[in-house]
Design a protein. Structure first.
Length: 75
């Protein structure tokens, strides 16, 4: 049961990091272009949801999770 809780916590934390990654990309999509008048939310989502961005999100979120877990156990 303890292992299951650890896996569930890891999935939740990694998912949250991915959510923050995509939220940051979406905000940057509108501030970089200053085209909020003509660019819809769907256009912005199409621009940021790519295989490359998803790969970066997965790798970075796993690295972030490992670092946070290391710091939790160290303290």
């Amino acid at each position: 049961m303890k292992r299951r809780n650890t896996v569930v916590r890891a999935v939740i934390e990694i998912g949250f990091i991915i959510f923050l990654f995509y939220a940051n990309l979406l905000m940057g999509e509108y501030t970089a272009t200053n085209d909020t008048a003509t660019k819809t939310l769907l256009d912005g989502l199409r621009d940021i949801y790519t295989y490359k961005n998803f790969g970066i999100a997965i790798v970075c979120s796993i690295i972030g999770y490992v670092v946070v877990e290391y710091l939790r156990k160290k303290s």
